[in-house]
Design a binder for this molecule. Structure first.
Ligand SMILES: [Zn+2]
Length: 160
């Protein structure tokens, strides 16, 4: 009977802590943070060795991407509500009547319109997909990333 193979990873190396201000209904949330937890699912045909993909390698790629977000402010660079201006070594953020100045090194600027768990999952999945393709992963048919913002609340994105 034909079936599908899938490997999944999650756990301590796939966690990150970050600050953000998501926007919702035309308003910007106050500055706050989350301890995020990321899960990755990869589906595909088995290689000649009987793997979908090596767990250690997958974990290494994913944790490298997630590390870029750890202990940073997550900036949605395509937001219409949260305006960000670079001035020297700082980011000036304007959210309605509130404004903030953050060191540039504390900010990761993401090509998204909002820093929801769904958009973060989409960004991580895109980066992971690109990295796996670069490693010659032609057997992978589907890749899904889940970003848990707090226990019991996750946003997912699936490529393929
Ligand atoms: Zn939040």
């Amino acid at each position: 009977m034909p079936g599908t193979f899938r490997v999944t990873i999650d756990g301590s190396r796939l966690r990150f802590a970050a600050a953000h201000m998501a926007t919702f209904g035309g308003r910007c949330e106050p500055l706050h943070g989350h301890n995020y937890a990321v899960s990755v699912e990869v589906e595909g045909e088995l290689t000649a060795d009987g793997w979908v993909w090596d767990f250690g390698d997958l974990r290494g790629i994913a944790s490298g991407i997630i590390e870029e977000l750890d202990h940073r402010f997550l900036l949605q660079q395509e937001s219409a509500l949260l305006r960000a201006t670079v001035r020297g070594d700082s980011y000036e953020l304007c959210a309605g009547e509130r404004s903030y100045v953050l060191p540039r090194s504390d900010v990761v600027s993401l090509p998204v319109d909002n820093t929801t768990a769904e958009r973060l999952a989409e960004w991580i999945a895109g980066r992971l997909h690109t990295a796996l393709r670069a490693k010659g992963a032609t057997n992978i048919r589907r890749l899904a990333v889940g970003v848990e913002e707090m226990p019991g609340q996750s946003g997912w994105y699936t490529v393929g």
